[in-house]
Design a protein around this ligand. Sequence first.
Ligand code: NAP
Length: 489
Amino acid sequence: MLGTGYNGDMSDADTPRDLLIDGELRPAEGGDRLDVLDPATEEVLASVASAGAADASAAADAAAAAQPGWAATAPRERAEVLRRAFELMTARSEDLARLVTRENGKVLAEARGEVAYAAEFFRWFSEEAVRIHGQVTTAPAGTNRILVLHQPVGVALLITPWNFPAAMATRKIAPALAAGCAVVLKPASLTPLTALAIGQLLQEAGVPDGVVNVVPGRSASTITEAVLAHPAVRKLSFTGSTEVGKVLLRQAADRVLKTSMELGGNAPFIVLADADLDTAVEAAMVAKMRHNGETCTAANRFYVEAPVAAAFTQRLAEAMGAVRMGPGLNDGVGLGPLVDAATRDKVRELVDAALDHGARAVVGGEPGPGPGFWYPPTVLADVAPDNPILAEEIFGPVAPIVVVDDAEEAVARANDTDLGLVSYLCTGDLRRGLALAERLEAGMVGLNRGLVSDPAAPFGGVKESGLGREGGHEGLLDYTEAKYVATEW
Ligand code: NAP
C-alpha cells in the first residue's frame, strides 16, 4: 500500500512520477522516462517513468492476481472504497484542477469543472455498485426458471486521451471497480500526471494492491499490446480517435475481448429560425468553447436557418471574440493554449483550407505567437456545405457556420457523416425538437443545451463514434457478463 504522499498542499512535486504497479510506485524496468510539457510555455513540467513491455506485463500480472479477490469483495465494500475516492477527490479538487491545467492547458475554471465531473463518477458508481440486479423469470414453455446474473468480466485495459485527463480515467475506473474488475490504465503520454495522482488517491481510498495499475509511456502500442496479450485480460475500454479505435478493435478481435469504444465526433449544432437566440448562443458557447474546443462533443459544424443566420453569426462572434486567451492559471482567461504543436497546427491547416474554399473569418483566423500553442476563438461565415473543414474533427476554438434553408436540410446535413456522437438542436418548439431529435443519427442530443455529459446518463456514440456506453447504469453493465442459469425448483 502506498503512503499518502499528500500533505494537504499538493504541489506538482508531490504528485507521483513513477508507474503504479501492484500498489507500488516504481520506475520503468529499463529506467526510461517521458517529459511532460506545459502547453502554455513549452517548458518541461515533469519527467515521468515511461513503461515498456515488461512493465505493462507486470501491471497485467498484478491485476490478474488481484482480480479474484476484488470480484469476491462485497458490493458494499466496493461501494465504500469508491465513496472514499469521491471524498478524497473532492477534498483535493483544487490541487488536481491545477495539475490538469498545468499538463493539459485548459483554463482553471474548466479544470475545476472537469475534476468535479470526474469525482462524480466515483460517487455515481459507488451508488450503482450495490444495484447490480439480476433477473428471474419462468421459461415461456413453463418447464424451468431462467436466472440471469451479471458477473464481473475480468481484468480490463483502460486507454484514455489527453483532453480530459481526470474524467476519462474515472469514467472507466469507477464502473470497472464497482463491477468487480481489476484494471490497467494507460493514460495519454501528454497528460500522465493526473492519472498517476488518481491512482495514488485510489490506493489511499483503500483499493487493494494490484486492483488499479497505471502505466503511462512513450510507446502506446508497446504497452497496450503487452497487456492485451495477457490471458486474464477480458475487456478493453478505449477513449480516443476513431483511427486508433479501429486498430484496437482489430487487436481485440484476436482474443474476442469485450470492447467499449468512445471515439471521435463531428457534432452538428442546428439553430432553427424559431430558436431563442440568447439560449442558442449560450448553448453554442458551451458546446464550442468548453475545454478549449478540444472535446469529442465539441460543436464542429453549425447549421443555421437563413432568417436568423446573420444575427446568430454576429452574436456568436461577439461572444467568442470577448473570450480572453492566456495561460490557464491566470485570472480572467477563458481560453488556454491547445495541448501541443500538432493540435495547434491541425487547427491552423483546417482554418487556412476553409478560408481558401471561400469562408470568411468574422473573428480570429490566425494562430497566436509562441511560446505556447495558441489559437484564438474563430468564427467562420460564408462556409459552403462542401467546405473540407466540415468533414474533420477540428479540436480547437473554431466555429464554421453554414446557412440552411430549413430543418429538413439541417437534419440531412447533420446526418451526412460517418460519425454520430452528439448533435445539438435549438428550437423554440420543444415538440418539434423532440421529433427532430429522434431523427438525428447520434448517441446523444443536446436540445436547447450545449452540455450533455452527466455521470448519471449513458454517454456514447453511434456509427464510427463508438460502441458501448459510459455512465448511467449502462456504464456498469459494460464491465459485466450476463450469465444465464437454467434450473427448476
Ligand atoms: P488518440 O491519439 O487516439 O489517443 C488516445 C489514447 O490511445 C492515448 O492514450 C494514446 O496514447 C493511445 N494510443 C495511440 N495510438 C495507439 C495505438 N496504436 N495503440 C494503443 N493505444 C494507442 O486520441 P487523442 O488525440 O489522445 O484524443 C483525441 C480523440 O479522442 C478525438 O478524436 C476525440 O474525439 C476522442 N475522444 C472521444 C471521447 C468520447 O467519449 N467519445 C472523449 C474524449 C476524446 P499516446 O498518448 O501515448 O499517443
